[in-house]
Write a protein that binds this ligand. Structure first.
Ligand code: SAM
Length: 283
């Protein structure tokens, strides 16, 4: 979709881009093609798009995929999309954060694994990703446009400022890869930030599995709660274990008592969470 086409659609329907919904529409066909090509979509693929907006990405997705399922919160956008009468697109007027992915994949995607491809509304990037991560068995690939700094964090490595609790969660479930950067001019209106397209492919196998996923989520969050504090301090703040008990576990895993969470690999954090989980469970 070109800039003038997006402007024409907005004018025709008396619409303006809604900031509250994070509406920045893609108007660069090269970027749109690159996104769709990077997702390697075939006629066997079911694709979920979060926030189709005026349909610039949906146009390309519908040409490649077997079926596209779109979640759009803005009723006015849904009216625009419905007029396009795509033959293989289901448009759900719904807040993605409230949707039942499992039910919808059963209903609209023949219970097959889906690819999620989207230019995300940036104001809810984290809750959207957390929701998707809850369904690893239903999803094959997540390929999304996000704010450039967020892409760096999601794929951040230990010992860097970008590595945080969300990097750990993303990297526990998926292998993230920044594919390319996108400048503000590719959008209407232009956002005040740069963007990156990030692919996250779900891991088929994991080196270590979290024994209890909810415990791991919370433990991971807690050990990064105060970044400047040591791992030991953060565990002491969040859990009722004595210092001796915590030091005993760190020693058993050959982890220094002066280490900070950002100096641990994802696998080390999972192993550590499992140790504390077993301790809690056996008490
Ligand atoms: N895909 C379009 C494009 O690339 O031009 C629009 C992308 S725009 C960055 C984000 C879209 O997400 C908007 O259409 C917005 O209305 C929609 N949106 C915002 N919050 C949403 C939510 N909670 N659930 C579903 N869609 C949402």
């Amino acid at each position: 979709m070109k800039k003038y086409e997006a402007q024409q659609i907005l004018e025709k329907h008396h619409l303006v881009a809604q900031k509250k919904y994070g509406q920045n529409f893609l108007i660069d066909d090269n970027i749109l093609k690159k996104i769709v090509e990077s997702a390697n979509i075939t006629k066997d693929d079911y694709v979920i798009e979060i926030g189709p907006g005026l349909g610039s990405l949906t146009d390309y997705l519908s040409l490649e995929a077997k079926h596209v399922i779109c979640y759009e919160i803005d009723k006015k956008m849904v009216e625009v999309l419905n007029q396009k009468a795509y033959p293989n697109v289901t448009i759900l007027q719904q807040d993605f954060l409230k949707a039942s992915l499992e039910d919808d994949i059963k209903t609209f995607a023949n219970n097959q694994k889906v690819k999620i491809v989207a230019n995300l509304p940036y104001y809810i990037t984290t809750p959207i990703l957390l929701k998707i991560l809850k369904e690893p068995s239903l999803i094959d690939l997540i390929l999304v446009m996000v704010q450039k700094e967020v892409a760096a964090r999601l794929s951040g490595a230990p010992f860097t400022k970008d590595y945080n609790a969300l990097s750990v969660l993303i990297q526990y479930f998926t292998i993230p890869q920044i594919l390319f950067d996108v400048l503000p001019q590719a959008f209407l209106p232009s956002p005040s930030v740069n963007s990156s397209v990030l692919a996250m492919r779900f891991r088929q196998t994991k080196a270590v599995e979290a024994l209890d996923i909810d415990y791991f989520y919370a433990f991971n969050r807690n050990i990064f709660a105060k970044r400047r504090k040591t791992l030991l301090n953060n565990i002491q703040c969040a859990y009722p274990f004595s210092k001796e008990v915590i030091l005993g576990i760190l020693d058993k895993l050959s982890i220094s008592k002066t280490v900070r969470a950002e100096e641990l690999t994802v696998d080390e954090i999972v192993i550590l969470a499992n140790e504390f989980y077993l301790l809690t469970k056996n008490h």
